[in-house]
Design a protein around this ligand. Structure first.
Ligand code: PMT
Length: 413
């Protein structure tokens, strides 16, 4: 493939020669384009030597049309590192230097960006909003990773390693042009498939409805998006998936490897999940199960009686996750979710231990853009071995892939 590597002014630019080397080694032809600030961190001779081609940095070189020739030449544009500045410029359609002009000209061809910045900058709502725009246009976002940052603090913001960017490019879903995807939920990176080949996984998704009478129920705001994204990520990794879903409007019937069991109440979900779990290698329970149901369910519509209020007696539903925790055999992996509003980590750790889980995925309703209904989520994955992985706000598709990579594709706990 003919790849243009665009470099912007971040400290991680020093890793770009290694990225170019790996891309050339993988058989690609590479040309580099850099902003002036990028050349504070990596030199022109280095980039020209590793790519074997002249660097494009000056908008007015070659009569000011170089961005069009490079756009015609390139089949993929990879921006690494991508600063908050270039992300903002692309989202706003600003073209005021060589690279931003090239990016605008590249609009009909695939673009991948590897963001790198300070963790507070990464968390800024403007940066996250701009990334949502870019993803919605089909631009692939790789990373950033967590770890020590140039400013001395630890957090999310390190550029993905050159090897990870090269691997992401290998998994990039070509054949679509930018702007084809209307939803910001989509990610153009696929996880390595076939690793879970031959494995069966259970996923629970959506809400449960607990009937009160012929027309009313107790329910919650779960849309099923998180659970359906998990089922897709597992199927993409090669697994056969038993998806037990409460009432949702989502449809997944096109995926051959996902066997959908539609249920309504917690007791129906309990029956379906406990039946399929023994044949599974693992289970991820993301459903928002009603903890209580009405003690009596009327088959007719209950009528209003006088001006008095009405007392509904509730009884507890079975805890599906805790039950699977008691059924779990050696070698089976059990993953729960925790939806919290306060004392998040402490509560999640309590559930991890009490329910005999291998991992718990905590999401907090205090994080904007996380939890019920929305297309995005922000999670902390806690392992029984004390491990902890925090995600930035990402699409539920990307969160699902992160969860599958962490809980199903890692060998050790
Ligand atoms: O569906 P979306 O709109 O995409 O929203 C996603 C989500 C917010 C529902 C999801 O990310 C999430 O947090 N799911 C878990 C919600 C929840 O009920 O959390 P909990 O802390 O009350 O339950 C802890 C765990 O026990 C969960 O894995 C739950 O599935 C399980 N549970 C709870 C009660 C019960 N009776 N049986 C269970 O299996």
């Amino acid at each position: 493939m003919r790849i243009v590597v665009g470099i912007t002014g971040g400290i991680a630019a020093y890793k770009v020669p290694e990225l170019v080397r790996l891309l050339v080694k993988a058989g690609h032809e590479v040309r580099c384009a850099a902003t002036e600030h990028a050349l504070q961190f990596v030199t022109r001779p280095t980039l020209e030597t590793v790519s074997g081609a002249p660097l494009y940095c000056d908008l007015f070189a070659s009569g000011g049309t170089e961005h069009i020739s490079l756009k015609d030449w390139g089949e993929l544009l990879v921006v690494a590192p991508a600063t908050a500045n270039i992300i903002g410029k692309v989202a706003a359609g600003v073209a005021d230097d060589a690279l931003s002009t090239l990016l605008l000209a590249f609009s009909a061809k695939p673009v991948v960006m590897a963001p790198a910045m300070n963790s507070d900058m990464w968390a800024h709502p403007a940066v996250q909003r701009n990334l949502t725009t870019l993803r919605g246009w089909g631009i692939g976002i790789v990373g950033p990773a967590e770890g020590e940052l140039a400013c001395g603090v630890s957090g999310t913001g390190r550029m993905a390693e050159p090897g990870a960017i090269t691997e992401a490019i290998a998994n990039f879903e070509f054949g679509k042009t930018n702007f084809e995807e209307k939803e910001s939920t989509n990610s153009r990176f696929r996880i390595q498939n076939s690793k879970l080949a031959g494995q069966r996984w259970l996923v629970t998704a959506g809400p449960t409805y607990e009937k009160i009478d012929a027309v009313r129920f107790i329910g919650n705001y779960s849309s099923g998006k998180m659970g359906f994204a998990l089922a897709e990520a597992l199927a993409e990794a090669g697994a056969e998936v038993e998806l037990v879903s409460g009432p949702t409007h989502l449809d997944i019937s096109t995926c051959q490897h996902i066997n959908v069991h539609r249920v309504e109440s917690a007791r129906e979900m309990y029956a379906a999940a406990t039946e399929v779990f023994p044949a599974c290698q693992g289970a991820i329970l993301s459903a928002a199960v009603a903890d209580y149901r009405s003690a009596e369910q009327a088959d007719h519509k209950l009528k209003k009686q006088g001006d008095e209020g009405m007392t509904l007696r509730l009884v507890q539903n079975p805890d599906i996750l805790a039950t699977l925790g008691t059924m779990k055999r050696d070698g089976q992996r059990l993953v729960g979710f925790a939806l919290e509003t306060d004392n998040e980590l402490q509560n999640a750790e309590g559930k991890l231990r009490r329910k005999n889980l291998d991992f718990i995925v905590m999401n907090s309703l205090r994080d904007a853009g996380a939890g019920f209904g929305v297309d995005t989520n922000k999670v902390t994955i806690l392992g029984a071995d004390g491990s902890r992985k925090e995600s930035p706000l990402m699409t539920k598709t990307e969160i699902a892939r992160l969860i599958v990579n962490t809980v199903a594709l890692t060998d050790t706990l």
